[in-house]
Ligand binder design. Structure first.
Ligand code: ADP
Ligand code: MG
Length: 294
């Protein structure tokens, strides 16, 4: 590529809210045939809100929300913020935990007045308590089939209920993905969220392939595996700290501009406005730029 073409390409990109951080990206992009997309904050808006509070029969909504918020008050995860926000709205007191620990990709564990509060997914509950009752498992599955993320709350050994969180698809997600599929791109979702929720959201977005329950440090190795299996180049689109190694590993890393700094620093291309349409625009830009050179 001549430098001039690249500069022209980059200039056009900036007009469209596409920041090209590495010049080669525009060249590689035209050879991409598989696009991996993170779920939360990439396909979805990343604005989580609590939709359901489902205590077990022996417990109340207020107790459930209060313990959950106390455990989550020091976490910066979007799930934690949704839970504490809901507690504040309902004037439920949020106490400072005596001890607090993040279990990456799973949830949090806090201690308050010698009680252990566990807030997180099935895996965490399985690790921290003897058992999850049938009652909450059924509630959880029902919520997950609606595309919601169900968070389990336990005090010491007892699961006291489920809180559901929902995060909408971005308004341009369906249309963009449909267009990309029509052009022959293979689309895959990659997420730390559970399989049922991931599938429900993927269905809504029009994505057939889902890699769910991927631990934060496994995203990059998933990209690497796929690179070995696939002939064409692989683009990864993501926004989170978890996505940074995968963005660096992919042939093209595309960061969502509203995402974390570390994701942006690991990416070749940044979609400044966070709109998924930018993927299509960047590909077009790449194709046009290299047509001109030929
Ligand atoms: P994602 O890939 O969707 O950004 P993470 O890897 O951060 O998700 O987390 C994976 C899963 O772990 C979440 O879907 C949730 O079930 C659980 N989890 C993570 N952090 C928390 C938290 N602070 N509170 C409750 N659950 C959490
Ligand atoms: Mg994300």
């Amino acid at each position: 590529a001549t430098p001039t073409a690249l500069i022209v390409g980059s200039g056009k990109g900036a007009e469209n809210g596409i920041l090209i951080r590495k010049g080669e990206a525009i060249q590689t992009l035209k050879d991409v045939n598989t696009i991996l997309l993170d779920k939360t904050g990439t396909l979805t808006e990343g604005k989580m809100s609590v939709t359901d509070i489902k205590p077990t029969k022996q417990n109340t909504k207020q107790k459930l929300l209060s313990y959950a918020a106390t455990a989550e008050t020091r976490s910066e995860h979007t799930i934690a913020r949704a839970i504490t926000e809901k507690a504040k709205q309902q004037n439920i007191e949020i106490q400072e935990p005596d001890d607090f620990q993040v279990i990456k990709g799973k949830g949090v564990i806090a201690t308050k007045n010698n009680k252990k509060i566990t807030v997180g997914n099935r895996t965490l509950i399985k690790e921290q308590t003897d058992n999850q009752p049938q009652e909450t498992e059924e509630t959880l599955q029902k919520l997950e089939n609606q595309g919601k993320t169900g968070i389990l709350i336990a005090i010491d050994n007892e699961v006291i209920g489920v809180i559901a969180i929902y995060d909408k698809l971005k308004p341009d997600a369906k249309k963009t993905l449909q267009n990309l599929k029509q052009k022959g791109y293979k689309l895959k979702m990659i997420t730390g969220d559970n399989k049922r929720t991931a599938k429900a959201i993927a269905r809504e977005a029009g994505i057939n392939q889902v890699h769910a329950e991927v631990m934060p440090d496994e995203k990059a190795s998933e990209v690497q595996k796929l690179q070995k299996q696939t002939k064409g180049k692989i683009a990864m689109v993501g926004d989170g700290i978890n996505d940074a190694p995968a963005l660096a590993q992919a042939d093209i890393g595309i960061a969502i501009g509203t995402g974390t700094d570390i994701a942006i620093e690991s990416a070749d291309i940044v979609l400044i406005k966070g709109q998924l349409q930018g993927i299509q625009k960047a590909i077009k830009l790449s194709q046009k730029t290299f047509q001109k050179i030929k």
